[in-house]
Design a protein around this ligand. Structure first.
Ligand SMILES: Nc1ncnc2c1ncn2[C@@H]1O[C@H](COP(=O)(O)OP(=O)(O)OP(=O)(O)O)[C@@H](O)[C@H]1O
Length: 688
């Protein structure tokens, strides 16, 4: 499939309109392509091809209907011939690029003098067609110059009209070059530019592997542009047969898709295969499975191995195909060093690359290595070292004996899996602990915790020493709280904490995963075509990271400094991640208290009518019509029975309510007001 804006593959309908604008003839090409080119006289030509025959249309003068481009649809009305070309099921990114090329090339060629019929006949050139060259800087420049001229001419005309002082409407003079068939007023158009966000080489290689039809898994550390690329991939595939999914609602939301579970319709997948197949054959669900040609799965690190195997078997069965995954092309993305799958019960959840079907299905593994989120190379190296558990703290002897020894012990304890738990943690600095209120420390990664760690035992160095102990653990030792991923999710109150035994947090995950990759789970050398594909190449890329990176004081202080960055969007602050629920609750209480308004509580029963004073804290109590059920519901809900809120409070949804509207588990917002008449939160005005 073409990505250069010259061609689109899609369904095409050609309609011939009569003088009344009614369709007099219609031709449907279900699987076709439209190609932009030039004939022997350099006229713009649209060539349609359905695999057998082609037909050409001159694109001298046309009108575009582009309202549904994002849905992969568009109409080109060719004005002189009264013909309509309706494009549908186009990869939206391809369609957008095609229309941009068509418009700009058309505008750029308006300045060229058109040959008369006589001149054409006299030229006696043989018929030809050549695909147009992709958009270049000179095309853009030409059109921008035309626009500037048209704009200047427009202003001059306006001034002349005003000077005439007649107030009568005078037609704006319009030279040939400035006229745009797409919109009547070219002077209002913004200055054009070539797309600035081009894929880098690695990303382009992944896209081309995807467009070649292979099943592709691509990974990369945080900020390497996985999501950026995924959106581009989605835009390059036909919308009707492409299903975008992710393991979590939040991730699904980012790519405008649904959760993988909702696509598959087999619940948790723990039922026997026959039952799962029946579930997948329900109306509505079966249609997903049968119409899907390309399945995108984002945040695949959270997809559990058994579930992946189940999906693979169900796909073959419902699609009546013996091909892996029933012939569906899989495009899978994620970072196994980030969040692991959720364990249920005592069984340790396995990563999907450990499943039986993974090797059978995945044809290409690729890794993005260029970090696009940051530019500071030393900071990137540090993050990469932390990612694989290879950061070693470089401490001077002085700090090791200082007053922070208590802090050190404490953090060392944590790093070694000896975390004494909440009770013992109050003994942390031997009386130096600033107390629970200030406890916004180590694990509570967030933006401003270092600032709040003001107690003596909380000196930066001590903390970082502790932290260093944590980071310095080899992969094998990484069983303690340092594997923050799981604790973190516990902190979020999402019920994802698999407990200490199932601790398969990022570090641990990465280790197993990298070990597995090196141990033959790799799909083999032939398929290892991508940059950083699994196996030796991939290990080579990691080599600089395998030797521990020294975390010097300079690095430490820069890291500490970065904690003061204020990260905020639309009043919604960056979420602080905590290792323990208690810390979450204390932090939330503190923050709520810091907001203006008194603390005289006003309890609102979520199920009862009535209005309340809106100042100060508002307390919502969850009740159920069946009081006997309340206990069970409360026990299973990640949110406490009583919810205290104030205007200005930062809130996070803990349930997927409406993925399409972005109301997903993890969506954040800020309370802007309380409704006096209604109860509950039926109107979320702002959230991200
Ligand atoms: N080719 C590119 N050109 C310009 N910007 C890019 C490119 N690739 C990525 N970026 C930018 O880099 C940043 C990080 O990208 P993105 O969020 O997709 O990374 P990620 O790998 O998904 O990270 P994470 O694992 O943390 O979700 C984004 O701001 C994105 O717009």
């Amino acid at each position: 499939m073409s990505e250069d804006g010259v061609q689109v593959e899609c369904s095409i309908t050609v309609e011939q309109l009569d003088s009344a604008g009614q369709t007099s003839r219609r031709q449907v090409l279900r699987k076709a392509s439209i190609l932009l080119g030039r004939n022997e006289f350099q006229d713009l030509i649209l060539r349609l091809h359905d695999g057998k025959v082609s037909q050409s249309f001159a694109a001298q003068d046309f009108k575009l209907f582009t309202k549904f481009v994002r849905e992969g649809k568009c109409t080109i009305r060719l004005l002189p011939s009264n013909t309509q070309i309706l494009l549908s099921n186009c990869p939206p990114a391809q369609l957008g690029a095609f229309l941009k090329t068509l418009t700009i090339k058309h505008q750029a060629s308006r300045c060229d003098r058109a040959l008369s019929q006589r001149e054409r006949l006299k030229a006696g050139l043989p018929r030809s067609f050549e695909a147009i060259s992709p958009l270049q800087h000179k095309d853009i420049q030409k059109v921008n110059e035309q626009r500037a001229q048209a704009s200047a001419a427009g202003k001059l005309a306006d001034r002349t009209n005003t000077a005439a002082g007649r107030g009568a409407q005078v037609k704006r003079s319009r030279d040939n070059c400035g006229f745009s068939p797409v919109k009547a007023n070219p002077t209002k158009k913004p200055v054009l530019a070539l797309p600035s966000c081009k894929l880098n080489k690695e990303q382009a290689a992944v896209l081309s592997a995807v467009l070649s039809g292979k099943n592709v898994f691509f990974t990369g550390s945080a900020g390497t542009g996985k999501s950026f690329l995924l959106k581009r991939i989605i835009g390059s595939l036909p919308p009707k047969s492409t299903f975008s999914t992710a393991s979590t609602g939040v991730a699904a939301c980012h790519i405008g898709g649904t959760t993988l579970h909702s696509f598959a319709g087999i619940g948790s997948g723990s039922a026997p295969l026959d039952q799962c197949i029946s579930l997948a054959q329900r109306p509505g669900v079966l249609q997903h499975w049968t119409s899907c040609r390309h399945l995108i799965i984002d945040e695949v690190s959270m997809v559990e191995a058994h579930y992946f195997d189940k999906l693979e078997s169900v796909a073959r069965s419902v699609r009546r195909s013996t091909e892996p995954f029933g012939g569906i092309q899989l495009i899978v993305c994620g970072d196994f060093l980030q969040l692991p799958p959720v364990s249920k019960g005592k069984d340790k959840a396995q990563f999907c690359f450990q499943s039986r079907s993974w090797r059978k299905v995945m044809q290409v593994n690729m890794e993005l290595s260029e970090v696009r989120r940051q530019t500071d190379q030393s900071f990137i190296s540090l993050l990469q070292a932390v990612r694989v558990g290879r950061a070693r703290l470089d401490l001077g002897p002085r700090e090791q004996t200082g007053p922070g020894a208590a802090g050190t012990d404490w953090t060392r304890g944590r790093g070694n899996g000896l975390d004494p738990g909440t009770r013992e943690r109050t003994g942390r600095g031997n009386g130096l602990d600033p107390g629970p209120r200030e406890r916004t420390g180590p694990g509570n990664a967030g933006t401003d915790w270092p600032r709040e760690r003001t107690g003596p035992g909380n000196a930066g160095t001590d903390w970082t020493r502790g932290c260093g102990n944590r980071l310095d653990l080899g992969p094998r030792e990484r069983t303690g709280p340092g594997a923050a991923g799981t604790d973190w999710t516990r902190g979020r109150g999402n019920g994802l904490d698999p407990g200490p035994r199932e601790r398969t947090g990022p570090g641990a995950a990465g280790t197993d995963w990298t070990r597995e990759r090196g141990n033959g789970l790799d799909p083999g050398t032939r398929e290892r075509t991508g940059p950083g594909a699994a196996g030796p190449d991939w290990l080579l890329a990691l080599t600089p990271l395998l030797s521990p990176l020294r975390v010097t004081e300079d690095v430490t202080s820069r890291l500490m400094h970065s904690a003061h960055h204020s990260i905020e969007r639309d009043g919604i602050l960056a979420t602080r991640l905590c290792t323990h629920k208690d810390d979450v609750e204390l932090t939330n209480q503190n923050k709520l208290q810091q907001l203006p308004g008194n603390h005289g509580n006003h309890t609102t029963h979520l199920t009862a009518p009535g209005s309340h004073d809106l100042r100060g804290v508002r307390e919502f109590e969850a009740l159920d019509s069946d009081p006997s059920l309340e206990k069970t519901i409360n026990a299973h809900s990640p949110v406490s029975r009583l919810l205290q809120l104030k205007v200005g409070a930062q809130v996070m949804l803990t349930k997927n309510l409406d993925v399409a509207r972005g109301l997903v588990n993890g969506a954040r917002g800020v309370v802007v007001s309380f409704q006096t008449e209604k109860h509950g939160f039926d109107e979320a005005s702002e959230f991200i």
